[in-house]
Design a protein around this ligand. Structure first.
Ligand code: PRX
Length: 655
């Protein structure tokens, strides 16, 4: 922060070019400014206003059914189709407007208008049906950032099938697990992708996963590598382009889904460490996403947004695919790493595409800081008008740098707090409405009520850190399948609810503090989940991989945040007499890459006589995070073995 600037930056009604958003009533008719502003209404009527941003084929009878709390049902009785809302309803007004601009790693470019999307989504939808995919079936999508990724998601939605996108960097084991857990009926993948100068054999990874499932699932393979590479199509495997050609011009009517029907599965990591199947329902999810796309990201027809997230992450679902397309915006999708072919790429993408809204993570911004301001300052970034951040706390320094060197002190920053489970942003400043406060995510959005509570669930006053909880249900909340209800209750509702009084409070797993104005600052996770490469990973999943290595008895993982990116650090204990530490170190790194994915490969593996443990025998991850991030260790008085803290700090510093 520079001294002259107040703690709260006033950009109120100043910098954001607000356009009248296109809104639709429940019959699909465009309405007057209906800006879906929740703040004008009481809960839950505020969400009725937000739902008017969607086109409903059947109006709902109830906004929210609270009878079976905390398994709330939103927009009961209503029917709608996600693909129709993202594509068809725009055709009359913006058929020829660009919906998607894709930039490949090798300089390739493709653009799709809304009409192009309509045609290709319909063809893929017809092909999926032909391959036996029916309404309510699940299709796993294992693709890097290619246009075929959003297209396949929407093709599933069109026929009422659920998509289950698995991050393309996951290893075959992780893919197989995530397919089995949702009983996937088909797979969409690609032959490979380019990583810098080498080729990643995505198809081989997919085939390995399929072989371990021992089922011959219909598989569609996108040709990314070109004619020089054989796609090795086996039985029941099809070339995406051939299918699109065969089904060109198909007319596939969008299947009207109940608002409460699931739209997709996505996996996340919770305290059990096992990846968990998360499910979002059609009407509620789309309402939350459409409303925040407009309110938080100021998206309107024709706005160009570049959200750097992968679609394997909820951020990609909500703000690369659904939010922007529901809003009639133009999506920029850039394949590959932001540093390839060189550090100019991010700025070139913004300049070339006239990006107005740029949404990324603090890790990426820290990398930009490391590269230096000369990169953004050599480009024309005047198209930018709004910046966003998500995924982890952004420090005031990083915020300042982003504000000054990317936003040119002109663009507000929305630091958006949300989760896979929440479906859409729940806490953020609204550009043009709220004042900005670096380091704080801002107030909860209208319609959202939060409380910071202590261990016993008592509300804490401003300034006192505690557990971040959400008091009232919201439309895009997690909607677990019947079989997931038990663990969902245990993981999210049990801690602070009082079922006897029918009083339910959602626990986010985060710790936070509010100020006197209700602005929230996120402290971090309270559970055994760490964020690497912006993916939430249960430490238990990592440790299970690490302890497959002979000689390793116990392990714990920590995330080191440097000025560059977040890296995984592993602490391990060894069997007596293990001498070859280098070999074990390499084996640990390989085991993580093999079982979880290359993206999670640890950058350091250190050996310790013991791990820091609480009296109940739980590893104290918060303490490890302090050590690897050079912060004074906290909470060591609750340790069974406090003497290990000093020893661990010494070992870490010698590494
Ligand atoms: O700890 C919070 C952190 O990321 C967690 C959710 O991770 P995931 O489900 O993978 O979704 C990430 C993208 C929505 C949260 O529990 N988190 C998310 N946004 C922020 C954040 N921490 C601080 N500031 C944020 N803006």
């Amino acid at each position: 922060m520079t001294e002259e600037r107040p703690a709260y930056l006033s950009l109120k009604n100043r910098t954001v070019r607000r356009r009248t958003p296109q809104a639709f009533d429940r019959n699909g008719t465009a309405t007057e400014p209906a800006d879906g502003d929740c703040s004008d209404h009481e809960w839950p009527a505020c969400w009725d206003a937000a739902a008017s941003l969607l086109e409903w084929s059947e109006p709902y009878e109830r906004i929210v059914d609270t009878e079976n709390a905390p398994f709330y049902r939103w927009f009961v009785g209503g029917r709608l189709n996600a693909a129709e809302n993202c594509i068809d309803r725009h055709l009359e007004e913006r058929k020829n407007q660009v919906a998607l601009r894709w930039e490949g790693k090798r300089g390739e470019r493709r653009t799709y208008t809304y009409y192009d999307l309509y045609r290709e989504v319909s063809a893929v939808a017809a092909a999926l049906r032909e391959l036996g995919v029916e309404e309510d079936d699940v299709v796993t999508i294992y693709l890097p950032k290619l246009p075929e990724l959003p297209i396949t998601m929407l093709a599933c939605a069109r026929i009422g099938a659920l998509h289950n996108v698995v991050f393309s960097g996951f290893a075959p084991n992780a893919l197989a697990e995530r397919m089995q857990r949702v009983d996937s009926r088909a797979l969409v993948t690609c032959d490979g992708s380019f990583r810098e100068e080498t080729v990643i054999d995505q198809k081989r990874k997919a085939d390995t996963a399929l072989a371990s499932i021992e089922e011959s699932l219909p598989t569609i393979v996108v040709d990314r590598l070109g004619s020089s590479h054989d796609m090795h199509l086996g039985g029941n495997q099809y070339d995406y382009d051939d299918l699109v050609e065969a089904f060109a011009g198909a007319n596939v009517s969008p299947v009207p889904r109940e608002a409460t029907d699931p739209l997709f599965h996505i996996h996340t990591s919770g305290t059990t460490g096992e990846p968990q199947r998360m499910t979002h329902a059609t009407g509620g999810y789309l309402t939350g996403v459409a409303w925040t796309a407009q309110t938080v990201f100021d998206l309107a027809p024709g706005t160009t947004i570049w959200c750097t997230a992968d679609a394997g992450w909820i951020t990609g679902h909500s703000y690369v695919v659904y939010g922007p397309l529901l809003s009639g915006a133009t999506v920029v999708l850039a394949e590959g790493s932001l540093r390839y072919p060189d550090r100019h790429r991010p700025w070139e993408v913004i300049e070339r595409n006239g990006v107005e809204v740029f949404y990324t993570t603090p890790g990426v911004i820290r990398t930009f800081m490391k590269w230096g301001e000369s990169f953004p300052s050599s480009y024309d970034l005047s198209s930018l008008r709004l910046l966003g951040s998500v995924g982890e706390p952004i420090s005031p320094d990083t915020w300042e740098w982003y504000y000054t060197h990317v936003g040119e002190e002109r663009c507000p920053i929305v630091d958006t707090w949300w989760q896979t489970e929440t479906g859409c942003v729940l806490i953020s400043v609204r550009p043009g409405v709220d004042e900005l406060k670096p380091g704080s995510v801002g107030p909860p959005l209208p319609g959202i009520e939060i409380q910071i509570v202590d261990e016993d669930g008592r509300e804490l006053p401003p300034g006192e850190p505690g557990y971040l909880t959400i008091d009232r249900p919201w439309p895009s909340m997690l909607v677990p399948l019947e079989g997931d209800r038990y663990w969902v209750l245990a993981e999210y509702w049990q801690a602070f609810s009082n079922p006897r009084a029918d009083s339910w409070r959602y626990f986010t797993g985060d710790r936070a503090v509010v100020d006197d104005n209700g602005y929230v600052t996120i402290i971090g996770r309270d559970d055994d989940v760490i964020t690497i490469g912006n993916r939430r990973i249960g430490t238990a999943e990592l440790e299970a991989a690490i302890t497959t290595v002979d000689g390793v008895t116990e392990a714990a993982a920590g995330a080191e945040r440097t000025i560059g990116e977040t890296a995984l650090c592993v602490f391990a204990t060894l069997e007596q007499g293990q001498q070859d530490r280098t070999a074990i170190r390499n084996a640990v790194a390989d085991a993580v890459a093999e079982h979880v994915g290359e993206f999670a490969r640890p950058t350091s593996v250190v050996f310790t006589p013991e791990l820091p443990e609480t009296y109940s025998g739980k590893t104290m991850y918060r303490l490890l995070e302090c050590i690897v991030n050079d912060r004074p260790p906290t909470d060591s008085d609750t340790l069974r073995n406090p003497e290990i803290v000093g020893e661990l700090t010494t070992i870490w510093n010698q590494e």
